[in-house]
Design a protein around this ligand. Structure first.
Ligand code: R5P
Length: 288
């Protein structure tokens, strides 16, 4: 059986697999370099590293070192369970002189791991991870646990997607719980500047709007949508994000905008985590 090696605080996620779990130490020297040490005997064993890749720039090098060490120690296969996969949003050249980082990042991970599994990667211009990853790369969807949470917790929900990319999950959740849905139009003017179109909402005045997005980062998408809904006299919305990326202060700013509630899944640990998606991942990897 494989041994799971959680990194960067992902023990909570690995534990739910109920499989053998090992330990990796990462020491940071005063000059900022990292010393990685796998503490278990992994010779002739398959290893699965477990970590999300928010704050990817600081995680990627120790992670790659860990993968290399695993091979040097005789691991037969090296997999990566990565509940949140980074760099998926730079999926085209937006401005002259930029690059397509999602491709570079995919090449990097593909050259160090034998396979990866993730949850709701940001698939917009890319439709499938296989377009950029050369290793088997599985993407799972948090639709079921999100739908179940909404059914349990929200009365008369109206699903709202802030932009066209969100149609994929908003429509499916709405169909699953048989609720109406609206997709808005978003224009991003900068890292912290977002404009959202107003929906036709008169008929939904008594509903509870439920905003669903894959990532909450600056939170401006959610904040602008809340403002619009308020101007239209709609109820305060429940905001659901799959990945609680949250830039510094973003959560506080979002709460200050006056949502009914902010809820995220546990792909990234955060006080707003209320939707557990770890069994979704482990049931797929270790089918009973
Ligand atoms: C982008 O299209 C994504 O689906 C999210 O809408 C976006 O990443 C949210 O970012 P922020 O919280 O910075 O508005």
């Amino acid at each position: 059986m494989p041994i799971l090696l959680p990194l960067f605080g992902y023990e909570y996620f690995a534990q739910e697999a109920k499989e053998q779990t090992g330990k990796v130490n990462i020491h940071t020297f005063p000059d900022g370099e990292s010393l990685v040490q796998i503490q278990d005997n992994i010779q002739d064993q398959e290893v699965i590293f477990v970590t999300s890749l928010n704050h990817p720039d600081e995680k990627i090098l120790p992670l790659i070192f860990a993968a290399q060490i695993a091979r040097d120690l005789g691991a037969t296969r090296v997999g990566l369970v990565c509940p949140y996969l980074a760099y998926m949003r730079q999926d085209t050249v937006f401005n002259p002189g930029e690059g397509v980082s999602s491709v570079y990042f995919a090449r990097l991970l593909s050259s160090h791991f034998d396979w990866l599994s993730t949850i709701d990667p940001h698939l917009h211009r890319w439709h499938d991870l296989s377009q950029i990853y050369t290793i088997p790369a599985q993407s799972l969807h948090a639709i079921k646990p999100i739908s179940a949470w909404i059914e349990r917790s929200v009365e008369l929900p109206l699903l709202i997607g802030p932009d066209s990319e969100s149609t994929q999950w908003v429509k499916e959740i709405a169909d699953t719980i048989q609720a109406p849905y609206l997709i808005l139009e978003k224009h991003r003017r900068g890292d912290n500047q977002v404009e959202i179109s107003a929906p036709h909402s008169e008929q939904f005045k008594h509903h509870t709007p439920v905003l669903v997005d894959d990532i909450i980062s600056s939170a401006m998408t959610m904040i602008e949508t809340i403002r619009h809904l308020k101007r239209l006299g709609m109820n305060a919305p429940v905001c659901i994000g799959v990945h609680a990326v949250f830039a510094p202060d973003a959560y506080e700013k979002l709460l200050a905008a006056g949502p009914e509630k902010v809820v995220t899944s546990n792909t990234i640990p955060h006080p707003s985590n209320q939707i557990n998606v770890s069994s979704l991942m482990w049931d797929e990897i270790f089918p009973s």
